[in-house]
Write a protein that binds this ligand. Sequence first.
Ligand code: HGY
Ligand code: MN
Ligand code: MN
Length: 430
Amino acid sequence: MSGRPAIRAERLLERLDRFAAIGATAKGGVNRQALTEGDREVRAMLAGLAGARGFSVAQDEAANLFLRREGTDAGLPPLLLGSHLDTQPTGGRFDGALGVLAAFEVLEALEDAGVVSERAAEVAVWTNEEGSRFAPGAMGSQAFAARALPPEWREARSTDGARLGTELAATIAALPVPLAPLGFPIAAYLELHIEQGPVLEREDTPIGVVTGIQGTLWLEVEITGQAAHAGTTPLGFRRDPMRAAAAAMAELYGGIMPADSDARFTIGRIEAEPGSVNAVPERVRFTIDLRHPDACELAALALRIRGVLESACAEAGCALSIRRLVDMPPTAFPEAMVERVEASARRAGLASRRIVSGAFHDALYLARCAPTAMIFCPCRDGISHNEAEHVEPRFAVAGATVLLEAALSLLGAADTASHPPIAASGPSAA
Ligand code: HGY
Ligand code: MN
Ligand code: MN
């Protein structure tokens, strides 16, 4: 080993700029939605960088991409590091991309230093984490953890009318590399991500040690009434789904978040059919994103939402249907992994604090496969899912440094008596 592995800040920061150019928006953000040409372009770019370093590249039938640096024992489950490269429609340069490029930087740092590890280390690029073009989110990591891709997902239609199965096939075909199995044993999983909230920046703490992820429900609400003439139809003759939706929304906005500071209630998308200025709509469809750290509270809120919608629809003479698009229960990461990340931050000389993630991440599903941990770094004003998303270079490098330290400890390639490498037997409470 030629010297201790180290993150090369300029290489990481240059990559972040280069990748942000793919799908760059006029306002300085990124629109690189899942399984679009931009997504395929960055996947190819990363695969090229991996090939240039002698790392092998593979992808599975969910188009999850794997870049592998071999260890001495190919039979051992690898250490996996990763995140996602797809973005929101008006996304930022760092949500997902920081985790992927920092993970790749870790592999390069190991290679530069000639680290010999028993286990392979792999970077995973998970398909469609955002879920904004095709629901559900965290699609690739869910399929990996379940070792199956539900057939009905392939028929999912995007907001721009595309069929998921078609886009998935095009993405896989665009990168002719060996096919990886959908799901395979891994020793542990690490993910670096921006906090997407204000806590770390407010406390000027460079590292967040994520203890878990709150629960998330996505609902698609459809209210059906009767289309009618806007000018000639008196109130008593209307069955107006927009009126039902507006009444329910007012009650839910007024009653959920003001009453519980841990609850998150968001209506991000709404559409009316036929969508004509002078016709009472026949149908209104909107999404609800509901989150809570407590599973029971989440379930209670979901029941309350259904009740409010049912009474508003009854009042307006409309029919109601609610489809559950995403149901992610709250997840806690193993204490041993949390402590390992804290020890890694200490070795890197960086202050850290424990934090629960308000956003979901692919790590939520990897936690079902192996010991999993997440590292957060601050983002400016806590802004994310916004083109103004920004991370100070020093924080991006700090996060990557802790990711490297944690990887070294798990690979058994660091002087960490306190945290021995993963037992050779494979996944454990590492
Ligand atoms: O919605 C989320 O929590 C994630 O950022 N996609
Ligand atoms: Mn993300
Ligand atoms: Mn996101």
